[in-house]
Design a binder for this molecule. Structure first.
Ligand code: URP
Ligand code: ZN
Length: 456
């Protein structure tokens, strides 16, 4: 498929330019009008009045994630499709081995589960325990193009690592040239609070945020940064939710330590008043870390504009109301997580760019360019330039959407942004050189996502 896009404004992280884009064989073949005659079957797109963005890259999603309530509601097909509707053309999911299972073996299994993705993807691989062979397993993953390793300081009874093992993993990843990504919450202290509340009969979702206070996130952020420095390993803090955590990230960056940070739309736009009400209205917001206060929202916006936060992911991990009901008598049994892969770009564009908190170039940087750079996909992804993959979003700055579970494409009956009105959304989405979304419809083209080989 050859495509010529004319009259649009190309928006990259560093600048915006008015130029044509010619796409051939899945790649951006030329910027500006092609010098040779156009092939007969070229599709023409007039992007007058529109922006052309590099496809969104969501660095943090959990598709088909097994939990005690079943699987997260989106699998690789429905999740990647929802992403496409919102302008996300690649994503990073996770490989979480069973105890005793090697990292390469778990990676092999996860690759099978991801085969029906419509868009390209990669994984962060999670060491869930230490063993002598782990450095070799990490090396084997790197040779397969996996450069990042996710560790959890929470969930100690299942996938979390205690401090000594965390340090060993960081050291092994650092020596192999990789990066650790860290879920920062002090697991033992969180578990104590959870147990205490349940013992005291405090079982409703309103106790969820109180069992995971911001101080326990900040303490974990400080520890993770300290351990990573000692281990000589670059560190990426996932889903930063609180103002307190930002101070530690800022300080480390100022010292020149390789520390990166991500936040998510829910921590910028929603707050803990969502936990006031009955189970059906509050359980949708049970996620970890929990929603914080309005002051935290504002501190995070500031951290986006001053560069403390590098990327915006979603932690897309939706569960249906039926699944959430597993915890109707005990908030600790509510599956943690919420969706957002489809709304990420529109939410950040509307509340960030339209409300003059960030420029459109910074928007592109955080939702596409930096995820690509930090995770070894740049310049194949994350930029519009000759030779890059033709993953493009023709963005209509005037398109208005009211977000709702009734109309979204996520495979879930809950949307935590229900009723929010946003202006700015994809008009057309091109993935690997094929028009995938047009006029609000998934096109009848053969879309096949591939596992991306990432470079250190
Ligand atoms: O609540 C969340 N975030 N669920 C997904 C798993 C995780 O902690 O990232
Ligand atoms: Zn997550």
């Amino acid at each position: 498929m050859n495509i010529l896009i004319k009259n649009g404004t190309i928006v990259n992280a560093d600048k915006s330019t008015k130029a044509a884009i010619f796409i051939a064989d899945g790649k951006i073949s030329e910027i500006n009008l092609p010098t040779a005659a156009l092939p007969d079957e070229t599709i023409f797109i007039d992007a007058q009045g529109k922006y052309i963005l590099p496809g969104g890259i969501d660095p943090h999603v959990h598709l088909h994630l097994p939990v005690s309530a079943g699987f997260s509601a989106d699998d690789f097909f429905t999740g990647s499709r929802a992403g496409l509707f919102g302008g996300t053309t690649s994503f990073l999911d996770f490989v979480t081995p069973r105890r005793g299972q090697t990292l390469p073996d778990a990676l092999l299994q996860r690759k099978q589960e991801a085969r029906n993705s419509l868009t390209d993807y990669s994984f962060h691989v999670s060491p869930v325990e230490w063993r002598e062979s782990l450095p070799d397993e990490i090396q084997a993953c790197i040779e397969e193009g996996i450069t990042s390793f996710k560790v959890y300081m929470a969930y100690l009874d299942t996938i979390g690592l205690r401090e000594d093992d965390l340090f060993r993993v960081m050291k092994a990843v650092g020596q192999a040239g990789g990066m650790v990504t860290v879920h920062c919450e002090m697991g033992e202290k969180v578990d104590k609070l959870r147990k205490k509340f349940i013992r005291e009969g405090k079982t409703s979702p309103r106790w969820h945020p109180l069992s995971r206070p911001p101080e326990l996130e900040a303490e974990a952020v400080e520890k993770a940064i300290h351990l990573a420095e000692k281990a000589g390993c670059p560190v990426y803090i996932v889903h930063v939710s609180s103002r307190l955590s930002l101070d530690y990230i800022r300080k480390a960056k100022l010292k020149g330590q390789p520390v990166f940070a991500e936040t998510c739309p829910q921590y910028l736009l929603l707050n803990d008043t969502k936990y006031e009400g009955d189970f059906m209205n509050t359980a949708p917001y049970v996620m970890s870390p929990p929603l914080r206060k309005k002051e935290d929202n504002e501190a995070l916006w500031k951290a986006l504009s001053d560069g403390t936060i590098n990327t915006i992911g979603t932690d897309h991990c939706p569960f249906t109301m039926e699944q959430k009901k597993q915890g109707i008598n005990d908030f600790t049994k509510i599956p943690n997580g919420a969706g957002g892969i489809e709304q990420r770009l529109s939410l950040i564009y509307h509340y960030g760019v339209n409300q003059n908190r960030i420029s459109i170039n910074r928007f592109v940087e955080m939702v596409s360019a930096l995820p690509a750079k930090i995770f070894g996909l740049y310049p194949r992804k994350g930029i519009i330039r000759e030779g890059s993959d033709a993953d493009l979003v023709i963005w209509d700055p005037d398109k208005e959407i009211t977000i709702s579970a009734q109309t979204h494409h996520q495979h879930c009956d809950i949307n935590i942004y229900e009723g929010m009105k946003v202006k700015g959304a994809p008009e057309t989405v091109i993935v690997n050189g094929k028009v995938a979304i047009k006029d609000g419809e998934l096109q009848d083209v053969d879309l096949k996502g591939n596992l991306l080989y990432r470079r250190l």
